[in-house]
Design a protein around this ligand. Structure first.
Ligand SMILES: Cc1cc2nc3c(=O)[nH]c(=O)nc-3n(C[C@H](O)[C@H](O)[C@H](O)COP(=O)(O)OP(=O)(O)OC[C@H]3O[C@@H](n4cnc5c(N)ncnc54)[C@H](O)[C@@H]3O)c2cc1C
Ligand SMILES: Cc1cc2nc3c(=O)[nH]c(=O)nc-3n(C[C@H](O)[C@H](O)[C@H](O)COP(=O)(O)O)c2cc1C
Length: 770
């Protein structure tokens, strides 16, 4: 075959040498616009997995690369006068120039034709090629020629960065955060050869503008960074090797995804590879790794299908299919890490103490969890756990041990929870006339014995017509309060858990069937008239609610106040106001469901006016020493609906009105929503609200292991974690998770003690057997 690689970066060179090595009869050229052995860039980072693959595919170049590698284990963070270091992170770095030179030499040895100083205008310049590799980097001309086919989707990220170098050698991957009058700057620094370290400086567009960095030439920017980072540079000079870039050389990262990776141009098959096909932010340093992995997979597919022209379409199809998955995974992790650095100034740097700031940074991609950190650096993690426990007022026990973050106590107003796990409210649709019956006593009681610090009952409706279904719990009369009191008394006398009641009004989602008879489906008989912010039915065939007038508002507010007084009389410890999931108060907050033109519709202030009025009214009658949290849908997951930005605005308003905590849920406001589910998928909303608004938060949603909860709490992404479905599967979820992470110093109900010992022993045996 005749193969032409346009662009001699890692992707083009590595693919060329792999193919030539396996089939010397292929005629392969790499055409590069730069001069031979000339390139720009500093060091790049590799992963162990990629290196292992390279060893298998071409031991000769792998050996040379490994010889030139710089390996380091430590991460060091400079922040507010502190220097913190952790180990066990395992990186390898190499100069980009060195890497390319090794690959170029290897190509020459194998007989690949290297053509330099040739700027290729088009793939059609090589009509005799069977296969053209578009390995011409992020600005790929070839990809742009066929933009309609390749469908590049580009997102320009808001931060600015400049890629510099220095001759100071750092023995750890070093991050230095510096505050200026106009915002924070951070440097990402790592050594990559005997003389040089990469030094990338990053900041927000706002700080970049205010410091007028765009108006400076490169030397001006270098001088600025030199002064700002003088402490970590310790007299060393910053250097650029991108003098060819015009202007200030501060760039924006562009995230690239392509809809399709290959095309037949009438003569040759053209395929994208490396940065021409996708990009991953330098925050996790995986661009070169992805380029190499692409090259390996394409060569692998030729081996599988056959090295002949007729197999090219099948080869390209499977190559794309396989690589897409891995690329999406890396891009996801890179996105989280990148976003952390984009918001670090506004969200973390001014709020988190240095210890927690470091933990948050280490777990920024959300691929590294608490237990993962323990594997990397046990001593550091245990030190962090001791710090976290001390902040929560916990002294080490006689053996010097402290509980992990999720098992530290938490106090709001006069209520102290024994740990950070909350059983999230879950409707059971099993009440008659709104009364807590035997089912609830057993269901909630079992969970109260199961270890969570706070047990929420389900959404409890403030009047008969506030119910979602005829099976929902209510709190509008003394009999219902007595039912609650029975459960509260049981819990207080048989466990150390606290009890929360979530008060709500179903609004336009009311008068529906029990979940198992048809979720959200209107009742055929026995329905009641509905009210909402606006007269919009939830489903097309749902009842059309009445848009509330002032008299309705007064009545419902009075219902909430009465329910609050009844909850107080039942002795509940915690109250939550349900302003989420499209129910009545949520219907005011979302522009999708609130079309009002009076003072209760339109602006954020107007949309929040009634929910805040209800909140203030219940706060006034709820005991001063007990907290009230507010549950919000922090994302409507639908165009035109609320976003986390809006949720932060509402959270600030509730905070000012005296709310103690925001319970950060999302969705269920609009039937056509398009949520993006996944592990911890709503935690970013909690993180944003807690650290930008400065109010305690509860995270909820797909938190299903102790490791998740510990990571969230330790990083300060939430103060509490609410766990719902896992509690349906296992009433003693908390006790079982404690055992799973080896925490035996935890109280089980005294009646269950022999079960505890057996459970822990069996788990320990299973771990040992592995
Ligand atoms: C600030 C920063 C830091 C980074 N840090 C890391 C890191 O730590 N680790 C990491 O793995 N990656 C890192 N990267 C990413 C890495 O540089 C790329 O992802 C990687 O080089 C991609 O390889 P490639 O072969 O696809 O493209 P490139 O390396 O961009 O190579 C493309 C080649 O094509 C040539 N070319 C372009 N157009 C033409 C044309 N028309 N004719 C002929 N030749 C052409 C170019 O001159 C270039 O040599 C970083 C990137 C940036 C911007
Ligand atoms: C059966 C069931 C009933 C629920 N009822 C309520 C409710 O009454 N009030 C509420 O705010 N959320 C309710 N939710 C949502 C949960 O509280 C929680 O936010 C959601 O299930 C995500 O958490 P998870 O991933 O731990 O299950 C319910 C969830 C389930 C599964």
């Amino acid at each position: 075959m005749r193969i032409v690689c346009i662009g001699g970066g890692p992707a083009g060179l590595y693919f060329a040498l792999l193919m030539k090595k396996q089939h010397p009869e292929h005629q392969i050229s790499v055409v590069e616009r730069n001069r031979a052995y000339d390139t720009f860039g500093w060091g790049v980072v590799f992963s162990d997995a990629t290196m292992q693959a390279m060893r298998a595919w071409d031991p000769e170049s792998a050996a040379e690369i490994e010889d030139a590698f710089n390996h380091w284990d430590d991460i060091e963070v400079w922040f507010k006068g502190t220097r913190q270091r952790t180990s066990g992170h395992g990186f390898v770095g190499i100069g980009r120039k060195k890497l390319l030179n090794i690959l170029q030499r290897r190509c020459e040895t194998l007989g690949v034709e290297l053509v330099f100083e040739t700027d290729v205008a088009s793939d059609l310049d090589y009509p005799d090629a069977d296969l053209v590799i578009a390995s011409d980097g992020f600005n790929s001309k070839i990809r742009n020629r066929y933009a309609e086919v390749f469908q590049p989707d580009l997102v320009t990220r808001p931060n600015r960065y400049i890629w510099l170098g220095t001759n100071k050698l750092y023995d750890a991957f070093t991050f230095d955060f510096r505050k200026t009058d106009h915002g924070w700057f951070q440097a990402h620094i790592y050594k990559f050869d005997e003389n040089t370290s990469t030094f990338i400086v990053e900041t927000t567009e706002e700080a970049y503008e205010k410091h007028q960095l765009g108006q400076m030439d490169q030397q001006g920017s270098i001088d600025f960074c030199q002064t700002l980072f003088s402490e970590v540079l310790d007299g060393a000079e910053l250097m650029t090797n991108a003098r060819h870039l015009r202007g200030s050389a501060w760039l924006n990262f562009n995230r690239l995804i392509c809809g399709k990776w290959s095309h037949f141009n009438g003569k040759s098959h053209v395929v994208l590879m490396g940065d021409a096909a996708h990009t991953a932010h330098f925050a996790i340093g995986s661009g070169t790794k992805l380029a190499i992995d692409d090259a390996i997979e394409l060569a692998n597919q030729f081996n599988k299908h056959g090295h002949t022209r007729d197999q090219i379409p099948a080869v390209l199809e499977t190559y794309e299919e396989i690589r897409r998955v891995d690329v999406a995974r890396i891009q996801n992790a890179a996105r989280n890490a990148m976003e952390w650095f984009e918001v670090v100034g506004q969200r973390y740097a001014d709020t988190l103490p240095p210890e927690q700031f470091m933990y948050s940074m280490l777990t920024r991609s959300q691929r590294i969890s608490h237990e993962n950190l323990r594997l990397r650096d046990k001593a550091w993690l245990e030190g962090y756990e001791r710090w976290f426990a001390a902040e929560a007022g916990v002294e080490p026990n006689a053996k010097g041990k402290v509980p992990p973050p999720m098992f530290t106590p938490y106090t709001l107003r006069g209520v102290t929870l024994k740990n950070r796990i909350v059983m999230s409210p879950m409707a059971m649709y099993s009440a008659t006339d709104g009364l807590i019956g035997d089912f609830h006593l057993v269901h909630l009681g079992a969970r109260a014995l199961g270890g969570a610090g706070l047990i929420f009952g389900e959404m409890t409706c403030v009047s008969p017509d506030a119910r979602i279904t005829p099976g929902c719990l209510g709190l509008w009369n003394d009999e219902q309060a007595a039912g609650w009191k029975r459960f509260v008394d049981f819990t207080h006398s048989n466990s150390t858990a606290k009890v929360g009641i979530q008060l709500g009004h179903a609004g336009r989602k009311g008068a529906t069937k029990r979940a198992w008879d048809g979720m959200d489906q209107p009742l055929e008989d026995g329905g009641w008239p509905l009210i909402s912010a606006s007269a919009l039915p939830y489903l097309k065939h749902s009842q059309v609610p009445k848009a509330m007038d002032r008299a309705d508002m007064d009545r419902v507010k009075a219902d909430f106040v009465r329910a609050t007084e009844l909850a107080a009389s039942a002795g509940a410890d915690w109250l939550e106001l349900h302003c989420a999931h499209g129910y009545l108060l949520s219907s005011f907050l979302s522009p999708l469901t609130n079309h009002r033109t009076d003072e209760y519709g339109g602006s954020h202030e107007n949309r929040a006016r009634y929910p805040l009025e209800v909140f203030r009214a219940i706060r006034a009658v709820w005991p001063e020493d007990k907290p009230i949290s507010v549950r919000l849908s922090c994302h409507d997951w639908f165009e035109g609906g609320n976003t986390p930005e809006d949720a932060a605005i509402f959270s600030r308003m509730f905070k000012e009105a005296g709310a103690d905590m925001i319970d950060c849920s999302s969705g269920q406001v609009w039937k056509e929503e398009k949520p993006v589910y996944g592990r911890l998928f709503q935690t970013p909303f909690s993180d944003k609200i807690r650290n930008e608004v400065g109010i305690p938060t509860m995270a909820v949603g797909a938190i299903s292991e102790a490791d998740h909860a510990n990571s969230v709490i330790a990083a300060g992404r939430a103060d509490l974690c609410a766990v719902a479905r896992p509690h349906l599967a296992d009433p003693a979820w908390v006790l079982h998770e404690a055992a799973r992470i080896g925490l035996t110093d935890i109280a089980w109900p005294k009646q269950y003690y022999s079960g505890k010992q057996q459970y822990e022993t069996n788990l320990a045996r299973a771990v040992a057997a592995k």
